[in-house]
Design a protein around this ligand. Structure first.
Ligand code: COA
Length: 206
């Protein structure tokens, strides 16, 4: 028997009390979620501060719900969205912006140069009165060992293969195969880093 049922049984709780109690419970729940939300936002601002030692940042970011592996280095002034997983030994350089309206999975031993942008959000563009219409999102995956050059942008839905390299300031609009170098806007294939089979060109067919 619940406390409420017990109180009712001995006549100490009347159903006319229930409505105000429900209202107060609703207010308390709302207050709790506002306080938690503010604490999370303050926490994320704090973790981004250059005053926080690099060694402490992963623990703080883990506390705020991101899944961060061991020996990860997170530099200051990064925005790290909530739906983020980073594997062991990866490095996120300063001023990276990782937006996670869909999940972002960064593998192990990945290096993100400074000011990398990972975007997951898309808007429906069919309404001429407002081209940033209904919002949706696609996940981004960065494979183990990849290196993303400074200022690169990774677009929604893109998977960067393991061991791939993306040139500085590139805009990656489609999936990148493992162990290849891509650069430019839009990023194009530069060369393969895999051992080439003898006599076979590493350039993809045009
Ligand atoms: C992508 C990168 C690794 C390629 O290095 P590389 O293999 O030595 O390539 P090269 O310099 O020989 O260039 C090969 C071609 O790619 C082009 N290219 C290289 N980097 C480019 C870039 N960032 N954007 C556009 N094109 C690029 C070159 O112009 C060249 O084109 P071409 O064959 O038509 O002349 C390097 O250019 C790069 O961007 N490194 C990132 C550096 C960085 O961001 N450091 C700070 C963060 S850790």
């Amino acid at each position: 028997m619940s406390v409420l049922e017990r109180l009712r049984a001995i006549g100490l709780h009347k159903s006319s009390h229930a409505r105000p109690m429900r209202k107060w419970r609703k207010i308390a729940r709302r207050l709790r979620s506002e306080v938690l939300d503010t604490a999370r936002r303050v926490g994320m601002r704090a973790q981004g501060s250059s005053l926080i030692p690099v060694a402490l940042r992963p623990a703080l970011v883990r506390l705020l719900g991101r899944k961060i592996g061991k020996h990860v280095i997170l530099h200051h002034n990064c925005h790290l969205g909530p739906n983020l997983t980073i594997g062991h030994g990866s490095l996120i350089n300063t001023q990276c912006l990782i937006e996670t309206n869909a999940p972002v999975l960064i593998g192990s031993r990945v290096h993100l140069g400074m000011r990398v942008l990972i975007a997951t959000s898309i808007h429906d563009m069919s309404d001429p009165a407002c081209r940033s219409g209904l919002h949706s999102a696609l996940p981004v995956v960065i494979g183990d060992g990849a290196w993303i050059g400074g200022g690169a942008t990774i677009m929604p839905g893109v998977t960067i293969g393991a061991g791939a390299v993306i040139g500085a300031a590139s805009v990656v609009v489609r999936d990148v195969p493992p162990d290849t170098v891509w650069a430019g806007n839009p990023a194009r294939f530069i060369r393969s880093l895999a051992e080439p089979a003898s006599g076979v060109s590493d350039r993809p067919a045009a």
